[in-house]
Design a protein around this ligand. Structure first.
Ligand SMILES: NC(=O)c1ccc[n+]([C@@H]2O[C@H](COP(=O)([O-])OP(=O)(O)OC[C@H]3O[C@@H](n4cnc5c(N)ncnc54)[C@H](OP(=O)(O)O)[C@@H]3O)[C@@H](O)[C@H]2O)c1
Length: 267
């Protein structure tokens, strides 16, 4: 029986992935900040809940150690994250640091904690949830994009570093997912000077979200990445994300970004 270790499994994509792998006969180590509050996953056989706040360095070390002691781990799914949306000058330094700590450093630290184990075992797979926002940028998402573009570039480099040891690393880059993300998990800033821009962005994002995938659909892509045996790096997930990324590749960076900006903010 194979085992997947998941971060941010309390809701959305993390929880849908935990349920899918469980249904497919995997062992699941579902980590989350508050496992004592979890009701759905805690009743499932072969699902173990462990506490993990990915911004807590010491807890990463102890939870990874505990997970390894429970039995073999085959896949680590770095999924915890949230969106910080708004003009850069509206954020305080804590907001910026927390976004980088959660979405980028959290993934790097959790991965690093597992590397010696996977390297010695000569097998293992890391999958990280990035975003279509790691391949193209929207207005007013600069710090979020810094984390997700960061993860895409970091993963590409890590693949060179880990593949020779039989260890693999992949990204799943979803478009919109109908989860708590937009409403619950967003940290947003505002400033009157940017109000028109913010309103234009949210009006457009709401329209774009009509094409969004369900968490279950994106979890299927995570499952594909975990089981297809390929050394492929990037899995763009969801029809919306695939269409946008295709457009960027066909048009090139400059043409794409000029047209994309106009779509959001006018000429
Ligand atoms: N929804 C979208 O449109 C979309 C699109 C592209 C990419 N993504 C990415 O998909 C991933 C999952 O998001 P989602 O859409 O499933 O949203 P979600 O339902 O809000 O889930 C986010 C998860 O991350 C967890 N989390 C946040 N900060 C954490 C921390 N410091 N330590 C541990 N866990 C933490 C949350 O835990 P708590 O329950 O404790 O808050 C929650 O389980 C994120 O990386 C997000 O950037 C989402």
């Amino acid at each position: 029986m194979k085992t997947i270790f998941i971060t941010g499994a309390s809701s959305g994509l993390g929880k849908a992935t935990a349920k899918l792998f469980h249904n497919q006969g995997w062992n699941v180590i579902a980590t989350m900040r508050n496992p004592e509050k979890e009701e759905e996953l805690s009743g499932l056989k072969n699902v173990t809940l462990l506490p993990l706040d990915v911004t807590n360095y010491d807890q990463i070390q102890s939870t990874v150690q505990k997970a390894i002691e429970l039995g073999d781990i085959d896949v680590v799914f770095n999924n915890a994250g949230y969106g910080l949306i708004g003009p850069l000058e509206s954020f305080n330094d804590d907001q910026i640091t927390k976004q980088l700590n959660t979405n980028l450093l959290g993934v790097i630290r959790v991965t690093n904690a597992f590397i010696p184990y996977f390297r010695e075992r000569k097998s293992g797979l890391f999958i990280s949830t990035t975003s279509i926002g790691g391949l193209i940028s929207f207005p007013l998402g600069s710090v979020y994009h810094a984390t997700k573009w960061g993860l895409e570039g970091w993963s590409e480099s890590m693949a060179y570093e880990l593949n020779p040891f039989g260890v693999n690393i992949k990204t799943v880059s979803p478009g919109g997912i109908k989860t708590e993300f937009l409403h619950g998990s967003l940290d947003s800033g505002s400033k009157p000077e940017y109000e028109a821009m913010t309103n234009a962005l949210f009006a457009n994002v709401d329209t774009m979200f009509e094409m969004a995938s369900t968490a279950e659909q994106i979890a299927e892509v995570v499952f594909e990445a975990a089981t297809d045996g390929k050394t492929k790096l990037r899995y763009v997930a969801g029809e919306d994300a695939k269409a946008l990324y295709q457009q960027r590749l066909e048009q090139g960076d400059e043409v794409f970004r000029t047209a994309f900006g106009k779509q959001f903010l006018g000429a």
